[in-house]
Every structure is written in C-alpha cells, then in structure tokens.
Design a protein around this ligand. Structure first.
Ligand code: FMN
Length: 362
C-alpha cells in the first residue's frame, strides 16, 4: 500500500543491474530527490459541505475521454522489468485493464505494433527518441500512426544520455547489450542502413543504433517534426514557460513538463515547481506532468497546479517487477484510490473542481 514498501520489495525482486538502472538517476540524484520532496511544500486546502458520493476522475485528452487523469510514462526498459521479459506487453495489458494510457517508449523489447495490439480500448501514445537519420524517424512515426497510437510524444532531454554514476560504475546499459531495440531491429529503414541484418550481426546493428540514437533537436526542427504526422505532437521535458509558449506558437499540441525523473540532469529544480508558470504561459494547451509522483495526493496536487493528466514512472516499473500486469494494475489502483478518497474528503469531487485556488505553498 505504501510507496516505500513497494520500492523495498522491488529491490529484492529485481536483478541488481535492472534495479540500479531503474532506481538510479543523474549525478548524486539530488534532482531525483527534489522531484519527490517538492510535493511536500504544496498543500491542498479542505473545503467542507461539498460532500458527495458522485465523484468523477475522468479527463479529456486529445479528444479522448479517459476514466482517470493518470498516464504511464514511457519507460525504455520496462520490457526487461518483468520476469518473463515482456514488460511492454504487461504494461499494455495493464492499460487495457485500467484505462490508464501507456506511453510506449521507442526502446521496447517487443515491437510497437505488438504492444499496441495489447492495449484494448485504451488509447496509447508513442514516445519518440528522434534518431539522427531523418528517414528512420519518419519510419518510426509512420509505424506508430499505422499501429493506432493517438499521439507522438517527442522527448527533448535525452539526445545524449546523462551522467548516471550507478550505471557507469557497473558498465550497465541494457541497450548496448542489444536489449530493448526491437523497434529499430524491426524497422525496414533502419535495417536498410545495415550491411547485415541484426539477426546475423547483432554487434554491428547495436553500434549502428548507438550512432544514430539521438538527434540534438533545435527550434528549426519543429516544423519538420510536425510534418511527420497528423497526430497530436507533445514535447516532453519542457520546464521553462518561454519554451512552452514558443513551442505552442510553432504548432505543438501538448507540453509535457518533466525532468525525466531526475535521470538526465542533476542540480535542477523539481518538475512540479515548474508546472504553475508553464500552465500560466500556455493556458489553452494540454499540459502533462511527471517526475516524482508517488501517491494519490501527488496526483491531486499536480492537477490543481495545472496538469491535465499526470504520469507515473518508477512506481509502475516496480509493480511490473513484482507482479507483471497484475502488479502494475495494483500500483495504479492504489494511486487512484488514494486520489479519489482525498478528493472526496477535501471536497473536490471532480478534476474540474481542482484549480490553483485549492493549493497553498507551504
Ligand atoms: C528506467 C527508466 C527508463 C526510462 N525511459 C524513458 C524513455 O524511454 N523515454 C522517455 O521519454 N522517458 C523515459 N524515462 C522517464 C520517464 O518517462 C519519466 O519521465 C520519469 O520516470 C518520471 O519520473 P518518476 O520515475 O519519478 O515517476 C525513463 C524512466 C525510467 C525510470
């Protein structure tokens, strides 16, 4: 029931390399801790005599009515977090069961089409790590659109991997061992760049992947990115209101405030503290938030501070490690149940009732 217990049990259940990859972050993990601790300096103001048994957590996102405001953030190694090595499918099935959308990473153990097929009626979103080869990028986005994903989430903060001491000290990087590269190895354009197919020469295929993994994106690339798809395009990793405003001016459909869970850059500020200014800067645009969300009360605070939907990362990876699909469903339901009871007790029966006036900075 508690996040700390979930984390403790997951550590015991996971192979040490997977555990440190998932649990770790950049530098001495100060930003990672700040993401969590910052929720403590926001508080929800109780309102009485508004009690009702009619409560509604549903939200509208990119034209889809979702039963809850929760999202599963993209986790590139979720594929290897379950004991059967098909964590992407477990996540997709949890999305189908709960109605909580999965944002499928570019880095999956099973190809995106197979993952999409397990999501049932729940809309799924595809997260793009933009490769340096524009035709591979175009192919990945085209496949996502054809597979039925409903938005493209472009991650901006990971064109190069951050300084992660836990992984560096153990030379631990699953992708360099060929893990979670299914979307590339199954991609016709990526394959056309190789002298031999990945099945015959995995070493060279991994090297080709490493060389084309991350394109350093600039403002000049936005029009091109936009031109790749008719789906809504969301930018993940935006924390400054000026960046948010400019992105929206240039045609982006959603802003995803995130510090990548403190994995990419240390010495920064908590994502939740960036949210109010971004919300104010782009008042009519869809805004998402993740980084540090561990409980129902965190979700409620993020909604009140301006998020339209809220992502969780590590908690569902720990659920996956402990119980596959059922473990993920359990984690999501815990968070949602706490949020529901908090909204009930404090007199905010629907998501629309939660606004900045419900919050106090402590
Ligand atoms: C192990 C791991 C792998 C991740 N892989 C990706 C990824 O492939 N793409 C991406 O955009 N974000 C990735 N993230 C970042 C998450 O989407 C999200 O921003 C972060 O986990 C939220 O913080 P939290 O873990 O504190 O909830 C990853 C996070 C973790 C923990």
């Amino acid at each position: 029931m508690s996040y700390d217990e979930l984390e403790r049990r997951a550590e015991l259940a996971m192979p040490s390399g997977t555990w440190s990859y998932v649990a770790g972050g950049a530098g001495d993990e100060r930003t990672q801790r700040a993401n969590r601790e910052a929720f403590d300096h926001w508080g929800l103001v109780p309102r009485m005599l508004r009690a009702t048994t009619e409560r509604d957590q549903s939200v509208e996102l990119f034209g889809h009515r979702l039963p809850t405001p929760l999202l599963m953030s993209p986790i590139g190694v979720i594929g290897i977090c379950t004991q059967d090595g098909h964590g992407d499918l477990a996540t997709a099935r949890a999305a189908a069961t709960t109605g909580v959308p999965m944002i499928a990473s570019t880095l999956t153990e099973d190809p995106m089409e197979v993952v999409a097929a397990e999501q049932g009626e729940t809309p799924g979103f595809f997260q793009l790590y933009c490769p340096t080869d524009p035709e591979v990028a175009q192919s990945l986005v085209g496949r996502a659109e054809a597979a039925g994903y409903r938005a493209i989430v472009v991650t901006l903060d990971t064109w190069v991997t951050g300084w992660r001491p836990r992984d560096l000290s153990t030379a631990n990087f699953p992708q360099l061992r060929g893990r979670c590269l299914a979307n590339y190895f199954s991609d016709p354009v990526f394959r056309s760049r190789l002298a031999a197919p990945p099945e015959e020469d995995p070493g060279s295929a991994i090297l080709a992947w490493a060389q084309m993994f991350g394109r350093p994106l600039g403002w000049d690339d936005l029009a091109w990115l936009r031109s790749l798809t008719d789906l809504p395009v969301v930018l993940k990793g935006i924390c400054h209101p000026d960046d948010a405003r400019r992105a929206v001016d240039e045609g982006v459909d959603g802003i995803y405030v995130s510090t990548h869970g403190g994995r990419q850059a240390n010495g920064g500020i908590a994502a939740i503290d960036c949210l109010p200014a971004v919300r104010e800067a782009v008042s009519d645009t869809t805004v998402l938030l993740d980084s540090g969300v561990r409980s129902g009360s965190d979700v409620v605070k993020a909604l009140a501070l301006g998020a339209d939907a809220v992502g969780v990362g590590r908690p569902y990876a720990f659920g996956a490690a402990l119980g596959g699909t059922d473990g993920i469903v359990h984690v999501l339901r815990n968070i949602l149940a706490e949020a529901d009871l908090l909204m009930a007790v404090d007199g905010y029966p629907t998501v629309a009732d939660l606004g900045p006036e419900a919050m106090r900075r402590l």
